[in-house]
Design a protein around this ligand. Structure first.
Ligand SMILES: [Mn+2]
Length: 454
């Protein structure tokens, strides 16, 4: 089915539905929240009921987006038994409940008038929804407890699945998946434009445009990641035409890094390890790091992208994080599309895109898990790079020691950077200049390998 046929089907289903549940992936990010809330605004404007629910809280960095406060953490489901009291004949004063020996008394005090048994009715809360739209989610299990606790709902109600993850397993009745899209919000633009046309309503307001742009900006790392396509740029500028507030997004997401976050980043950067042979760069964040820097899970933000820019010579960049709930999560980036990050993530039952993917492992032991992960990724690389499995990896701790560095630099004052030896990389320009000027010290960039061998 073509993209525009899918868009038509989505529009038809939205038009004939009245109570729509919108679910972003969990934990949510700028793209999943941007997609979910943009849909929320549009569906409300069409006069329908819309609910957005997410098992995890919205990260602080994206709470500035319009109406993140409407997101629920739970669903009303068919398991609920509902007692309804008709108050047309009596005004309500107070309601108390009193639990005694397996019995609950509901004490209703009217302000005026009297209540009788005719005023009470009982029913089961039937599924409130007639359509579910899941956005930016590769697998229903990524909805966390919202899916675990309401699995039946997803078979009773039609599900629209809108996503750009390569690992998406097509769980919907309608699956609108485009792995070439930089973000899910990008996929929503033509749908919402067509819906505006069909309904004759201006659905893409400044708020909606801002939400959609937030998805593109966050998923492309502000147009720096490999998934930044010409289409992503074109769509972003198209959204600016609708009044998207780009500066607001950049200010909140990229220009406000608090002190605790910087402390945490410092720790991660000093713990970088580099396996030269297998071309893997990785770092870890332990619960102790979080505690000692007084930072939270969400403060890790885009450290992985920071690692990426600090990892010349690596094919695979990995950040391993120990979460407070006993889960160890891994984020993977690869430097070229020929190395499929989603294949690596799948080795640990995760998924994602060609150059950005992730996984979760239930284990309390960070060191042991780290060793297992690195072992498996080395095996992956051994196959890819044709390295003999017995060859010993040389792991270089990239924690740079300024004193040692200066001594090394002095020892190599005569080193000619213009002609790196065969197989050696030329040194960064600033080092070459420092050596040339006989300087003893230069500013070091953590995480960069400085090669002196000639
Ligand atoms: Mn996304």
């Amino acid at each position: 089915m073509t993209g525009s046929q899918l868009q038509t089907q989505i529009i038809q289903l939205i038009q004939k539905s009245e109570k729509i549940l919108i679910l972003p992936s969990s934990p949510p990010d700028g793209d999943s929240i941007g997609s979910a809330l943009a849909l929320f605004h549009v569906i409300k404007k069409l006069g329908k009921q819309a609910t957005v629910a997410c098992a995890d809280p919205v990260p602080e960095a994206i709470q500035f987006l319009p109406t993140t406060n409407i997101i629920d953490s739970k669903l009303v489901t068919s398991n609920d038994f509902i007692v309804t009291l008709d108050l047309t004949k009596a005004k309500l004063d107070t309601i108390k409940t009193d639990l005694q020996d397996n019995k609950v008394n509901i004490i209703i005090t009217p302000k005026e008038g009297t209540l009788g048994d005719k005023d009470v009715s009982f029913h089961y809360g039937q599924s409130k929804y007639d359509l579910i739209i899941v956005v930016d989610t590769g697998d229903l299990s990524q909805l966390g407890k919202l899916y675990e606790q309401n699995a039946g709902l997803f078979t009773q109600v039609p599900v629209i699945n809108i996503d750009h993850h390569i690992s998406n397993n097509h769980f919907g009745k309608i699956n609108y998946i485009d792995i070439m899209a930089s973000s899910t919000t990008e996929l929503l633009i033509p749908v919402l434009e067509e819906l505006s046309k069909v309904t004759g309503k201006e659905l893409i307001t400044e708020d909606v445009a801002t939400l959609l742009l937030a998805g593109i900006i966050t998923d492309t790392g502000s147009f720096q990641n490999a998934n930044t396509s010409p289409k992503a740029f074109a769509n972003a500028s198209h959204l600016l035409g609708y009044g998207a507030r780009q500066q607001e997004i950049i200010q909140h997401i990229y220009k406000t890094k608090n002190l605790t976050m910087l402390k945490l980043w410092g720790r991660v950067l000093t713990k970088i390890q580099f396996d030269k042979l297998f071309r893997i760069v990785w770092s870890t964040i332990s619960q102790q790091d979080f505690k000692e820097t007084q930072s939270r899970d969400e403060d890790t933000g885009d450290i992985i992208d920071e690692l990426m820019t600090n990892a010349p010579g690596a094919d695979i960049v990995l950040l391993i994080k120990q979460r407070h709930d006993g889960i160890i999560s891994g984020s993977i980036r690869t430097v070229s599309p020929s190395i499929d990050a989603s294949v690596i993530a799948e080795m640990f039952d995760g998924g994602g895109h060609t150059q950005a993917a992730g996984f979760k492992i239930k284990n309390g032991d960070l060191l042991q898990t780290e060793q297992n992960i690195i072992k498996k990724i080395r095996e992956f690389q051994a196959k890819r790079l044709n390295i003999h499995p017995d060859e010993q990896p040389e792991v270089v701790d990239l924690k740079l020691n300024k004193e040692k560095f200066t001594k090394k630099l002095e020892a190599k004052k005569n080193w000619s950077a213009a002609k790196p030896a065969a197989g050696k990389k030329a040194a960064p320009k600033d080092i070459v200049e420092s050596v040339a000027k006989n300087q003893d010290e230069i500013d070091l960039q953590p995480g960069v390998t400085y090669k002196f061998e000639v």
